[in-house]
Design a protein around this ligand. Structure first.
Ligand SMILES: Cc1cc2nc3c(=O)[nH]c(=O)nc-3n(C[C@H](O)[C@H](O)[C@H](O)COP(=O)(O)OP(=O)(O)OC[C@H]3O[C@@H](n4cnc5c(N)ncnc54)[C@H](O)[C@@H]3O)c2cc1C
Length: 447
């Protein structure tokens, strides 16, 4: 019987296993060194804050695996012999495969700072990071310093803050996540971080981390020579594909494991999915490496089809993502970059309370809708996906925006304000369309 071996029990590996099981009776083994069972990495923060127990982050009961005839092996894969189709484990066992799926995820970045490996200094990615953070918290943290202004950095700031720990947040750029967010949104998040009592230090870089006499972190020194006393340092300067254990093999890698649009690697019967996969040629409108939950899930489904005989290309459609910055929810659909590209222009509306906004990008000439960011307002994915697929204009999107909105109260109050502003700035005469009941029913069914 064909043996499919999957390295990694995260969302991508587990989705692949579930779908292979739906489609076939192949033997399936998932190997992971992190935890016994699949859990939701995105919920680690809620476990730390006491909103959930760790076992609540596991989407499947422990007996799910036996019931579905999926073998789980807790071990670390030291190396892979692609010619012999075998894996060498740290348990000194060797496992043979017919198909191999690499779903090995990411590791937090470190940039060679002095003191980066001290006790009390860590990233936030694996379950073991949560354990180390809990240990540091119990030991006592008066001040934590977080280095790196991205999504995980702001989560870690919120986590420490929830325990009453003072937080200094060092962000190299002049504004939070300024390489990704347009200025207005980035400044809104600066304000939100400050409002929550975080000592946000923009334009500030880490130089060195210093230990106390026990070898535990005692302070950081910035590139301007400033010293910040602390008992914890969170390094949240992005993640990279976890490929170091594959470096001396014949597998083609760059920043990640190189794959074609079928998620196939340069070795026969070997595939890479999720955070660790890097497309040799980027798919239009997408990055070569995408380290988000839903793309791992989509890739898992696609690779399952291919392995089960229906060779299928990965076609993720339009980019979307969501996150939360303390109390502000963020959603993005299509392409809203920090700066508009040539031939594009934007429209920005902000609520007077300063914590809700709509930012739309469209083509200057054709007025074709390119993408939208919303902060503090929850929207429906399928509406924007449909409008992007249909190549709708910004005029259509604005006229129908209420179809996409989850919160009718918000639109009752502010829709005309948003549309008036657009009309004033662009010399248009968009009229608000009545909410389509067909769309409402469709949205309710699909959300
Ligand atoms: C704190 C945090 C919050 C996040 N929040 C969001 C969010 O809100 N929305 C979102 O879209 N994304 C979020 N992400 C990103 C998202 O969680 C990842 O994109 C996703 O989990 C990656 O899944 P994966 O299956 O590719 O890899 P992983 O989940 O990393 O799974 C890979 C597994 O393989 C194991 N492994 C690796 N090498 C070996 C080896 N040699 N031998 C054995 N086992 C090995 C690893 O230990 C790991 O368990 C967040 C990430 C973090 C860390």
């Amino acid at each position: 019987m064909d043996h499919v071996v999957i390295i990694g029990n995260g969302v991508s590996g587990v989705t692949a296993a579930r779908h292979i099981r739906k489609l076939s009776n192949k033997k399936i083994t998932i190997i992971s060194s992190e935890t016994d069972f699949f859990f939701s990495r995105t919920a680690l923060m809620y476990v730390y804050m006491g909103h959930m127990r760790f076992k609540d982050t596991q989407p499947y009961e422990p007996n799910f695996w036996k019931k579905n005839n999926i073998l789980l092996k807790k071990a670390y894969v030291k190396t892979i012999d692609f010619a012999r189709k075998t894996l060498a484990l740290d348990t000194e066992e060797s496992i043979a495969y017919d198909h191999l799926i690499l779903a090995v995820g990411s590791v937090p970045n470190k940039f060679g700072w002095k003191g980066q490996d001290l006790a009390g200094v860590q990233g936030l990615y694996h379950y073991q990071d949560l354990e180390r953070l809990n240990h540091a918290t119990q030991r006592g943290i008066k001040r934590g310093v977080i280095v790196g202004g991205g999504l995980i950095g702001v989560e870690l700031a919120e986590m420490l803050h929830s325990k009453g720990i003072d937080v200094s947040f060092l962000v190299r750029e002049p504004s939070f996540w300024g390489k990704v967010l347009p200025t207005q949104e980035s400044e809104m998040i600066n304000r939100e971080i400050l409002k929550n009592g975080i000592d946000l230090r923009l334009g500030t870089e880490l130089k060195e981390i210093v230990a106390d006499y026990e070898g535990w972190v005692s302070k950081v020194i910035t590139t301007t020579g400033e010293e910040i006393a602390c008992e914890f340092v969170g390094l949240t300067v992005g993640v990279s594909p976890n490929i170091h254990f594959l470096k001396n093999t014949s597998l083609a890698t760059a920043r990640g494991i190189l794959v074609n649009h079928f998620l196939e690697c340069n070795q026969e019967d070997v595939y890479a999915i999720g955070d660790c996969a890097e497309f040799e040629d980027a798919i239009e409108g997408r990055r070569k490496i995408e380290q988000v939950w839903y793309t791992g899930r989509m890739m898992g489904e696609v690779v399952a089809k291919t392995i089960c005989g229906n060779r299928t290309a990965y076609t993720p459609g339009h980019w979307f993502n969501s996150a939360k910055f303390f109390d502000i929810e963020y959603q993005t659909y299509g392409q809203v970059l920090a700066n508009c590209r040539e031939g594009e222009m934007d429209f920005y509306w902000e609520h007077k309370d300063g914590n809700k906004c709509v930012h739309i990008v469209f083509e200057k000439e054709s007025k074709k809708f390119v993408g939208i960011n919303t902060f503090g307002i929850r929207m429906r994915h399928h509406c924007f996906d449909q409008w992007l697929n249909e190549g709708r204009s910004v005029l259509h999107v604005l006229a129908h925006l209420k179809d996409a909105n989850f919160d009718p109260e918000f639109y009752k109050k502010y829709e005309s304000e948003i549309i008036d502003k657009f009309n004033r700035e662009n010399g248009t005469d968009i009229k608000v369309k009545k909410k389509s009941w067909r769309r409402i029913i469709h949205s309710r069914l699909s959300n």
